[in-house]
Design a protein around this ligand. Sequence first.
Ligand SMILES: [Zn+2]
Length: 106
Amino acid sequence: MEKVENKKEFEKDIVRKMIYIYCKKKHNSKNDLCSECEDLILYSYSRVDNCPHTQSKTFCSFCDTSCYKEYYKEKIKAVMRFSGPRMLYHNPIITIKHLIYSKLFH
Ligand SMILES: [Zn+2]
C-alpha cells in the first residue's frame, strides 16, 4: 500500500517538474504556472490519484490505456517531449531516463 502511494507521489513530482520547465520556456512564466498549465497539472494529479493500475504500469502520462482526455493527452505529450530530455540533462537518474526514453523515442 505504502509503495503505491510513494509511486504516485514520485509520478506527481516528475509531472510537476516537467510542466514547470515547459511553462517557463514555452509560456514565459516566471514563478507561477500560467492558467493553462495550472489546469494541466491539476488534471494530471487527479489522473494519478484515480489510477487503479499504479502498481503494474509506468506513468499515467505514458500509459497505453490512457485515461487522459484527448485534449489533455496532446498537451501532456507536448510537455513530455519538450521537458523530458531537458530534465534528464539535469537529473540523470537512470530509471527515469529509461522510463522516458522507452516511451518517447520508441
Ligand atoms: Zn504554461
